[in-house]
Design a protein around this ligand. Structure first.
Ligand code: RB5
Length: 149
């Protein structure tokens, strides 16, 4: 697999981001890192990172994206403000699978402070390898798309 995936975090998500990034590279993904750097001591604003990554997913430069903050909530709220983004906050195997099968989520949001980090890698794996089911779910996504107008 050589598709490109973006990853970004704020200061509250940088340790889990680092771990996911290493995992993705080992899996053969081409990873674009939007920061923050793991060794950064700065407190940053998560919407800045969510916006940069989300714009590249929305315009097709990146296949998908992963955003990490303390809870995943702020990143998810911010990412979903960008047209074309379907960001899903995921916290277990079921939500990881459903966010793909039913919602065709193109961005995965995770919380560094809410998840066991080894388990988070399992959620990433599920999310990456689960396909959208289409059919009745597509008409619902079309209605979400219409809300953007
Ligand atoms: C930063 O302290 C924290 O608010 C942020 O990482 C995130 O959890 C916001 O939703």
């Amino acid at each position: 697999m050589s598709q490109s995936i973006g990853i970004a975090s704020d200061h509250g998500g940088k340790a889990l981001k680092e771990k996911i990034q290493a995992f993705l590279k080992a899996e053969g993904w081409n990873v674009k890192d939007f920061g923050v750097p793991f060794d950064s001591q700065q407190s940053v604003d998560y919407p800045d990172y969510a916006a940069q990554l989300s714009r590249e997913v929305a315009n097709g430069s990146l296949h998908r994206g992963i955003l990490v903050c303390g809870t995943g909530i702020g990143m998810c709220i911010a990412a979903n403000k960008i047209q074309g983004i379907r960001a899903g906050l995921v916290w277990d195997e079921f939500t990881a699978r459903m966010s793909r099968q039913h919602n065709d989520a193109n961005i995965l949001c995770l919380g560094e402070r809410t998840l066991n980090h080894d388990r988070a890698l399992d959620l990433v794996r599920i999310w990456l390898h689960t396909e959208f089911e289409g059919a009745r779910h597509q008409q619902r996504l079309d209605k979400i798309k219409a809300l953007e107008q």
